[in-house]
Design a protein around this ligand. Structure first.
Ligand SMILES: Cc1cc2nc3c(=O)[nH]c(=O)nc-3n(C[C@H](O)[C@H](O)[C@H](O)COP(=O)(O)OP(=O)(O)OC[C@H]3O[C@@H](n4cnc5c(N)ncnc54)[C@H](O)[C@@H]3O)c2cc1C
Length: 623
């Protein structure tokens, strides 16, 4: 296989096997039939398919985009997506982490998401089709009746039918409770659905034979707000008792959006019940719609963090490859020599700095994301306190992962473009598309502002006795203790101080909450989230150093200068561990100190935002 230009495969293995020790999962009854070779087979297959079949659709799918035919009300997606999706499903990736009962392979989540990192880095807009389908099917699996499961699951996991999530309406975006889509009870136990949903990813397309929409709606007479919301399964074509397709269910696509990025992903306006003939089947209980949809949303939020990270990884890897090939300017040590030959730009300290900055975030994020997925799995597999701790970690890390990785993806793709100079800005190279694709990850699946409020309020301050935060701190402290005697004191001290300073912020916020100072709390939610993202990345690097430093010492010893350089050229492991050590040292020593500025700003209690009234933002224009 060609060298993977999108993901550092060696680092994926490092995180899976050396940091997270995922082989331990095989000791649990659910995974006793698996071993490392089987995990490797899956990951290798995913990587080959991502590079050879999915990445070639990246630029082509963006150029072709999606098309809407107003006469037939049908959507076509890029032609090149079809064979790539066929290959994805034929290899069984549509249900890789799903029970065999529904046609899945039953591999652990963390392995499935390592595979997904390859797929998403190759073309995440394409992966949105199976991704949303998987999420919708999981909802049916978790909350559906036996009849519903048998009616939908196998066809969804195998890629015959697709799925969506239908929340957003023109006046109900972040405020889902404002939705107007209506459900009316029928005498046969079904519901008539009417209303419009906008921005629905994969809403209509020419790949799947049928679309299964989980739709949030309010049953006539139910209370306003989120408490009165129910959720319904609304297929595009009704399904007959024998599983074959029945009549059209009055779900029409009224148009698609023209977007700055993810152009291969169809973003649709869906109209339900234009002819009063749209039937929905209740999923779970009436008025439990938000609770049920939250399962899909939390899972999708983790997935959006991965989309963002994968985009960052692909942008960084492309920039590194480009920088190793582009010759421009003399080496800084030769700048006074007019005869000096040009060097590849990776030799310029500023370019090296940009690459190191990207590398350190991409590697820190990868560890954080796999840790999140591992805990997501452990929360379901373990019992008692161990399961409770894993669940607490998932709750607190999810909004940080979603918001942190997506905000950072915008910055990393921008920095990757910077490495290319003018060539990055033109469409001949993939980074401009990566930059365009990155932004939406900060917006959909709950904007990052909403994620930050969720973190500050529900996940920390309103969480009884701040259990989630306490567990997180306990785990960081475990790493700090483990690092002592292995990692240099100055790096350990930074993370230790980082936790102490965050404690002060949380204490301040608790007092603000007790005093009813909600304006301060909400104004500081995003700065808190951004600081916690930096702390989590620092934690991952400290953890990584506990493994990479001894390895580097073993492989490189005390070799220096040319002797060391020669070894790193010949010995891939020595180069890898040395690179990991430098990346962690760079993050902790040169990047993480910025965290303390964020903390200082939070503790400073600046109230300019609170005092600002609407008028000040438009000034003279108002007159
Ligand atoms: C390409 C694309 C794909 C999408 N896919 C789907 C999909 O498959 N299914 C689906 O249901 N939806 C989907 N969406 C919708 C998406 O989830 C919403 O756009 C998003 O939740 C924000 O809603 P909004 O656009 O109405 O913005 P608004 O809610 O109007 O928000 C505007 C700004 O105000 C802020 N804001 C709003 N309320 C508050 C508050 N209470 N406190 C603080 N700040 C606030 C927001 O953070 C944001 O910065 C998609 C959108 C796009 C663009």
């Amino acid at each position: 296989m060609a060298l993977n230009p999108l993901v550092d495969s060696r680092d994926v293995r490092f995180v899976l096997y050396e940091m997270m020790d995922v082989i331990q999962l095989c000791k649990l009854p659910k995974y006793s039939a698996f071993d490392k070779d089987m995990f490797e087979d899956m990951i290798n297959l995913a990587e080959t398919m991502a590079v050879e079949q999915i990445y070639p659709t990246f630029a082509e799918g963006d150029k072709e985009g999606c098309h809407y035919d107003g006469a037939t009300k049908k959507v076509t997606i890029p032609k090149c997506y079809h064979p790539a999706l066929d290959a994805f499903y034929e290899a069984g990736f549509g249900g890789m982490d799903i029970d065999e009962e529904w046609g899945g392979m039953g591999i652990p989540q963390v392995i499935a998401w390592a595979c997904n990192e390859y797929f998403c880095s190759a073309n995440y807009p394409l992966l949105m089709y199976p991704g949303l389908t998987h999420g919708a099917a999981e909802l049916v699996e978790a909350f559906g009746t036996e009849e519903q499961k048998h009616m939908y699951l196998a066809n969804m996991y195998s890629g015959k039918w697709g799925g969506t999530m239908c929340l957003t309406e023109p006046d109900a975006g972040s405020d889902v409770g404002a939705l107007k889509t209506k459900a009316v009870r029928q005498s046969d136990g079904t519901y008539k659905i009417s209303g419009q949903k906008i921005f629905i990813s994969s809403g209509d397309n020419d790949y799947y034979e049928n679309m299964i929409h989980p739709v949030l709606a309010r049953i006539e007479g139910d209370p306003s707000g989120t408490k009165g919301i129910s959720i319904f399964i609304v297929p595009k074509y009704r399904v007959k008792a024998d599983g074959s397709l029945g009549e059209f269910n009055d779900v029409n696509c009224a148009g698609i959006e023209h977007k700055m990025g993810i152009k291969g992903s169809a973003t649709c306006t869906l109209s339900f019940g234009d002819n009063n003939n749209c039937i929905g089947w209740l999923l779970g209980e009436e008025r439990k719609g938000m609770k049920i949809m939250f399962k899909m949303m939390n899972y999708a939020r983790m997935g959006v963090g991965l989309q963002a990270h994968s985009t960052s990884s692909a942008a960084y890897m492309n920039a590194a490859t480009y920088s190793k090939n582009r010759v421009q300017g003399a080496h800084v040590t030769q700048m006074l020599n007019p005869e000096a030959k040009g060097v590849t730009i990776i030799n310029h300290p500023d370019v090296k700095r940009m690459l190191m900055w990207m590398k350190s975030y991409v590697e820190g994020e990868r560890a954080m994301i796999y840790y999140l997925y591992l805990n997501y799995e452990l929360a379901q597999l373990l019992d008692g306190d161990a399961a409770k701790e894993a669940q607490g970690l998932v709750e607190i890390i999810t909004p940080i992962e979603k918001a942190g990785c997506s905000d950072m993806s915008v910055l990393i793709t921008s920095e990757a473009m910077q490495c290319y100079g003018g060539y990055g800005f033109v469409a001949d190279y993939p980074v401009e598309q990566m930059m365009r694709n990155a932004k939406i990850t900060a917006i959909y699946e709950g904007t990052n502002g909403i994620q930050s409020m969720d973190l500050a309020m529900r996940k920390i301050l309103m969480n009884p006795e701040q259990y989630n935060y306490t567990i997180l701190k306990k785990r960081i402290t475990d790493t700090i203790n483990k690092a002592k005697g292995i990692v240099e004191d100055k790096y350990i001290a930074l993370v230790e101080r980082g936790v102490q300073e965050l404690d002060k912020v949380i204490e301040m916020m608790k007092q603000q909450m007790a005093a009813g100072q909600f304006l301060h709390l909400f104004a500081n939610a995003t700065p808190l989230q951004q600081a916690m993202y930096m702390l989590l990345i620092a934690w991952m690097h400290l953890w990584s150093l506990t493994i990479t430093l001894p390895k580097m010492k073993e492989l490189v010893g005390d070799k220096k200068g040319e002797e060391r350089a020669a070894l790193l050229k010949d010995n891939a492991d020595a180069a890898f561990y040395s690179g990991k050590v430098l990346s962690s040292q760079f993050y902790l020593g040169a990047e993480f100190p910025k965290y303390f500025g964020k903390i200082e700003a939070l503790l400073g209690g600046e109230s300019a935002v609170i005092k600002a009234s609407e008028e000040i933002f438009t000034g003279m224009l108002n007159e």
